[in-house]
Structures are given as C-alpha cells and as structure tokens.
Design a protein around this ligand. Structure first.
Ligand SMILES: NC(=O)c1ccc[n+]([C@@H]2O[C@H](COP(=O)([O-])OP(=O)(O)OC[C@H]3O[C@@H](n4cnc5c(N)ncnc54)[C@H](OP(=O)(O)O)[C@@H]3O)[C@@H](O)[C@H]2O)c1
Length: 286
C-alpha cells in the first residue's frame, strides 16, 4: 500500500461516512455533492435526494447558486437526524461587508431551513470588503448560528492578511483544485496553518476526463477517469465535492473512496498540474 499523505485526522476508511476533524473540533465529511448549476426546483431536489440515498452527507451550495431552498427541502424531506448531514453555503460578493453579510446569512439560513449552518464561507476575497465580511462571520459563529467558518478562493496572501486581522482563523479554504491545477504551495500553507483545503471543480468540470494519463490509471484500476481525479484529491487530504445531476454519476463518483493510487501514480498525476483554470483566478484580487 502507498503511504497516505493525508492531513491530520483526515480519514478515508469509512467510505462516504469518512470525516475530518477541523481545527475547531467540528467533524466534516470528506466527500460531498457540489450543486453549482443544479437548477432550482426538481433538478436540485432530485440530485440531493439521490446523493443522500447513495450515502452522501456533505452538500455544498451558495446564495449565488439560487438553489438553497431546494437543497434544504431535500435534506429535510430525508428525515435524517440533523447531525448526520453537513451543509455549506457562502456569502456572495454583492452582500459582502459587515451588516450586509449578517443579513445575507439570515436569508441563506432561512432558505436552507436550518437552525445552524454547518459551514459558512466567504465566496470570494472581495477587495476592500473581505475583512469586514470576516468580522460578520466571526459574529455569526459566536452567536452559534454557524458551526464553523471559512473562506473560498483565498490565496496564500489573502490568508496571511486575514490571519493578521482576525480573532478566529478560517477552518476551511475552498479553492479550485484538481490534477490539472495542483496548488501545492497553497495546500502546504493551509496544512501548516490548520486550514482544511476543499476542492471545487475536482473533475475540471469535465474538461480533462479524456486525458491519457488519467485514462491509463483508470483502466489499470478498473475505475473511471472521474474516480481517479477524485481519489487523487482525497489522497492529498483534500475534501472533494463533485457536482452531478445524473444518478449513475453521483454513485460513480463515490467510488473514489473504494480504491487507492500508488505513490508513483500520485506523483505522475501531480505532474499534470499545468495551471488550468475553469473559473476565475483570484491571484490578482488585491
Ligand atoms: N467556491 C467557488 O467559487 C466554487 C466555484 C465552482 C464550484 N464550486 C463548488 O464545487 C462544486 C464542484 O465543482 P463544479 O461543479 O464546478 O465542477 P466539477 O464537479 O469538476 O464538474 C461537474 C461537471 O462534471 C460532470 N460530471 C460529474 N460527474 C461526472 C462523471 N463521473 N463523469 C463525467 N462527467 C461528470 C457534471 O455533469 P452532469 O451534472 O451532467 O453529470 C458537470 O458538468 C460545485 O458544484 C460547487 O458546489 C465552488
């Protein structure tokens, strides 16, 4: 078996029940469903229901996705004890600032229909606003309205700035991360500072599934290219939240938890990191 370079407390042994203990003690599933581009209404509700039935316990939404109400409705309809599932949402750029974030959070919380949001994230590091936004997240955390707080699309420089100004450090940084955008420096910085990295666009939004190296390892393991990409992230100790609207793919993606890449295979996949961005690059956000 290859060594598992996962972060402290990051365990993969329990399949979709596997969790990581964040720095503040909150236990977060290491694998979940992304919901960007899931249309509001039936499409979102069906995908969340199918994922729940398949064993997913982490659901990632945002005000921007306009589907919080449906994510919340599908979670409630499943009738699971509240502590069994974990829901993340995010404050969008237009709402950033202290008071506006507090108001946006309350709308998101009500849309989701939960007493507590498990993880609330700053969606993007908006210049001139992100530090006031963070103060609002600290207040929400202090008031017990979200269990843990984090950021998204923060670079090392954004994190250093935040560390110098904050009372509570973020527990999670959700960024674009996959074998074609291997952000090694950011991963190491986050690990050294107790920030759990979470990968968005873990499947390159489908763009690199036909890459020959990924295909080769998929064949070698009797797995699919999507499972190989997701497994690569998990073995780096990164939380994965692939999105799919299709029942067979939602089940397929969870198969990333059922095999292991060797150290040599990991290293070869690491070398694919050629800086592909499928969304915006936050590097220049001063
Ligand atoms: N914080 C941020 O700024 C940010 C930005 C982007 C995304 N996110 C979050 O991260 C989640 C994941 O990222 P993403 O949705 O951009 O990209 P992704 O998960 O890398 O890719 C999703 C795309 O891949 C397809 N797909 C899913 N499983 C597949 C499989 N097994 N085989 C082939 N194709 C497959 C999906 O199509 P079908 O639906 O047709 O299956 C969809 O087109 C989002 O949904 C969202 O929750 C956050």
């Amino acid at each position: 078996m290859a060594p598992m370079p996962a972060s402290e407390g990051f365990s993969l042994g329990a399949g979709l029940q596997s969790r990581v203990t964040l720095r503040d003690g909150v236990r977060m599933p290491v694998f979940g469903l992304g919901t960007w581009k899931l249309a509001a209404g039936r499409s979102t509700r069906d995908s969340v229901r199918i994922a729940l039935e398949a064993g997913y316990r982490l659901f990632d939404t945002a005000k921007l996705y306009a589907n919080e109400t449906d994510v919340g409705a599908a979670l409630a309809a499943a009738g699971l004890p509240r502590e069994e599932y974990f829901v993340t949402t995010k404050v969008w750029n237009d709402d950033q600032g202290y008071e506006t974030t507090l108001r946006a959070f309350e709308k998101s919380r009500r849309a989701l229909g939960v007493e507590q949001v498990d993880l609330y994230l700053i969606h993007w590091p908006v210049p001139g606003k992100r530090l006031d936004t963070w103060k609002a997240l600290e207040k929400l955390h202090g008031d017990g309205l979200c269990r843990t707080i984090g950021v998204s699309n923060f670079t090392v420089d954004h994190l250093k700035e935040l560390f110098a100004a904050c009372s509570i450090r973020p527990t999670v940084n959700q960024v674009e991360f996959n074998p074609f955008l291997f952000q090694r420096e950011l991963l190491e910085f986050c690990r050294e500072n107790g920030v759990q990295l979470e990968a968005y666009a873990p499947l390159t939004r489908g763009q690199q599934l036909a890459h020959p190296v990924v295909q080769h390892f998929a064949k070698a393991h009797g797995k699919t290219p999507a499972q190989v990409m997701l497994r690569w992230g998990l073995q780096h100790g990164v939380i994965e939240i692939p999105k799919s609207s299709r029942v067979e793919r939602i089940k397929e993606n969870a198969g990333a938890l059922t095999f292991e890449l060797s150290a040599e295979e990991m290293a070869e996949l690491d070398r694919l990191g050629e800086g592909l961005r499928t969304t915006w690059d936050p590097t220049g956000l001063a």
